[in-house]
Design a protein around this ligand. Structure first.
Ligand code: NAP
Ligand code: 8YV
Length: 320
């Protein structure tokens, strides 16, 4: 039997490219001088897509592939894909949950500590040869502070477990309260922000959460408040965040994700006390390899066994 034809949108890590090239006939869009010409010539043959974050998978793009069966995303967050639309076309969408949870939670805790204790700024200060007297005592601390997690899912819970060990009181906001945790639940994000000292976003992107973190939320968080984002940049009104930092509506922020990646506003770069990371929460070789393998496995299982491994909620398997 001939191998299924797969579109590979991004320059993925070797575990993905090698895995796909051995199991499928691949069309590597990222290599093409004229991607449009490749799309026009192969779209009708494409049965699966290995998706990254360079192309938005909206209805128009998905509709270019009349025989598409599955879109396998590299990443747990799939706000780059209109999964609800894919469902209407009986196209499966898969993501890479669980295998990155603990790595991302480690990074989130690291980012929170870096931010509260100005670890990036103090290291820059040492490297600049300023250690003639002590670095100024930090206004920020996590001692006695309350952590509010927006998005207490797989990653949020892994962060909460770590924060408990750090003696932080944990509370959260999701659309639905959870039966399997004892942390205090707030029905609105505003109430959570007003209650906590550190507001940490581990929520997905997409239309439902776009700019949900805005001026009102920063006002509720208050002048001693710290904001940490390892969820998605689109959840934050970045202009409002910059104003809140400049006006000292909140104390500080630590960000791994941005509204218009890879563009980071100069205003944020100019703020020495704010910690900025280039979307690296899952970015160890170990964890990216595990994500890549799961992306490949979703495609190979679908075409060999007729079932994906980790379909997203909008495209459940078996189909309901
Ligand atoms: P998950 O298990 O699905 O958790 C998502 C949580 O967010 C759930 O608790 C969900 O609860 C809550 N939520 C979703 N939509 C909401 C809304 N509109 N309002 C309030 N709460 C909402 O996903 P996960 O595996 O923990 O991953 C979470 C996100 O982290 C991903 O989607 C991705 O964007 C981000 N992420 C970032 C990195 C990075 O490199 N920085 C790495 C991995 C993941 P309810 O359904 O009850 O609302
Ligand atoms: C990756 C992520 O950086 O899984 C996610 O949702 O944001 C990260 O793990 C991203 O998917 C790779 O482009």
């Amino acid at each position: 039997m001939s191998k299924p034809e797969i579109l590979v949108t991004d320059r993925f890590i070797p575990v993905v490219l090698d895995g796909l090239n051995s199991a499928f006939v691949t069309h590597e869009l990222w290599k093409a001088d004229d991607p449009e010409a490749v799309l026009s010539s192969v779209a009708g043959n494409i049965r699966g897509i290995a998706a990254g974050h360079t192309i938005p998978f909206n209805a128009d793009f998905i509709d270019r592939f009349p025989n598409l069966e599955i879109i396998a995303n590299f990443g747990v967050g799939y706000d780059n894909i209109d999964a609800a639309y894919a469902a209407t076309r009986n196209i499966l969408v898969t993501n890479t949950p669980d295998v990155l949870t603990e790595e991302v939670a480690d990074t989130a805790i690291g980012l929170m500590i870096m931010t509260a204790r100005e670890l990036s700024a103090s290291e820059r200060w040492l490297r600049a040869g300023n250690w003639n007297g002590p670095y100024p005592l930090t206004r920020g601390t996590l001692r006695g502070k309350k952590l509010g997690i927006f998005g207490l899912g797989r990653i949020g819970k892994a962060i909460a477990r770590r924060a408990e060990a750090m003696l932080m009181e944990v509370s959260y906001h999701n659309r639905n309260p959870l039966a399997d945790v004892d942390y205090r639940y707030f029905a609105t994000l505003t109430e959570l922000a007003a209650h906590c000292d550190v507001l940490l976003c581990a929520a997905p992107g997409g239309p439902a959460t776009r700019h949900i973190i805005n001026t009102d939320i920063f006002k509720a968080l208050g002048p001693e408040g710290m904001f940490i984002n390892i969820g998605r940049g689109s959840t934050v009104d970045e202009t409002a965040l910059i104003e809140a930092l400049q006006n000292e509506t909140i104390m500080t922020a630590g960000l791994d994700v941005f509204e218009f990646e890879p563009k980071v506003p100069q205003a944020l770069i100019d703020m020495d006390h704010v910690v900025l990371l280039p979307h690296v929460a899952s970015a160890s070789q170990h964890t990216r390899d595990a994500m890549g393998q799961l992306q490949v496995d979703n495609l190979t299982h679908w075409f060999k066994n007729g079932a994906p491994i980790t379909p997203v909620a909008e495209t459940p398997w078996p189909r309901s």
